[in-house]
Design a protein around this ligand. Sequence first.
Ligand SMILES: Cc1cc2nc3c(=O)[nH]c(=O)nc-3n(C[C@H](O)[C@H](O)[C@H](O)COP(=O)(O)OP(=O)(O)OC[C@H]3O[C@@H](n4cnc5c(N)ncnc54)[C@H](O)[C@@H]3O)c2cc1C
Length: 321
Amino acid sequence: MAGVWIIAEHRDGDFRKVTFEAASAAKTVADELGAEVVAVVLGKGLKDKCGELGKYGVAKVLYAENDAFEYYTADAYAEAVAALAKEQAPAAIIFGASMQGKDLAGRLAAKLDVGAAVDCTGLAVEGGRLKATRPIYAGKVYADVLLKADPQVVTLRPNVFDVKEAGGDAAVEEVSPAVSEPRVKLEEVVKEAEGKVELTEATIIVSGGRGMKEPDNFKILEELAGVLKAAVGASRSAVDAGWRPHGDQVGQTGKVVTPNCYIACGISGAIQHLAGMGSSKVIVAINKDPDAPIHSKADFSVVADLFDIVPNLTEECKKAG
Ligand SMILES: Cc1cc2nc3c(=O)[nH]c(=O)nc-3n(C[C@H](O)[C@H](O)[C@H](O)COP(=O)(O)OP(=O)(O)OC[C@H]3O[C@@H](n4cnc5c(N)ncnc54)[C@H](O)[C@@H]3O)c2cc1C
């Protein structure tokens, strides 16, 4: 059986959590298919790290060292992975539906002339092929997707699939896929503020909407987030008003997040916002309007003024340690 591939995502010399999630999910389906999990790592100076992917079920790593791979670019990654896949014919290529994965999936599938199931929340095997479950119509409906052609390109919604430890070190084989002269030149990498929790990887998100009234008021959310080691998100209204950067936007046209706990403060719960956070494991809504749609989606509803509730919640969380 042809292998099940994952594409590793890394930053600052470390693999990102979506890589371990993809490896763990790939291992589950590969076991059923009687196949091996192979990780493709494109990078610079990462060879010594590759073995650790074995811990998450990867049997073999195809490692390509190249200056062009130090930072992700769609051109270089799609070209290199497509070249390797054409040569080695994997059954499937699975990776995270992170910003990088979203960018890569369509381009890679087009180069391979196959379909792609993106942002999947479920993955199984049916009749020897992958059955991917993905939300459609802004999360109102879930569709089961079977891809007809190999390799089956599938991206997984971050934070949905468990990271499972399975096995020891992976074997590492160096490969050198040819890459063209880049059309894109990376000028600068702007790092996020030290200690800031990345929204799509956060286990807790405290999010604010138009009900925050003004940008300075987000300080109370940042304080709560600091105590909970959470990330701060925002609705599109808060972003459009210039109160928060676009990278903080949660929703259909922002980031899709699946934290263990999403605390929505002064957010009404429009369908486009729910599309981005509706699959959070626990949703807490703080909204003074009892008829706000967010309450019908919430596991815990607080119908009150957020300016009373949030500072008290922060104090109580501090006391609880
Ligand atoms: C094509 C398209 C794409 C979109 N994409 C996105 C997207 O990605 N993400 C997104 O968020 N939106 C998106 N939207 C916009 C979306 O439709 C809503 O307009 C937006 O989500 C509303 O933001 P909000 O909940 O912050 O504001 P509002 O709807 O104005 O809600 C503010 C809420 O705050 C509450 N409130 C006010 N004061 C307080 C207080 N003191 N205490 C407690 N509660 C208070 C109010 O009761 C109200 O429910 C999109 C829209 C379109 C058309």
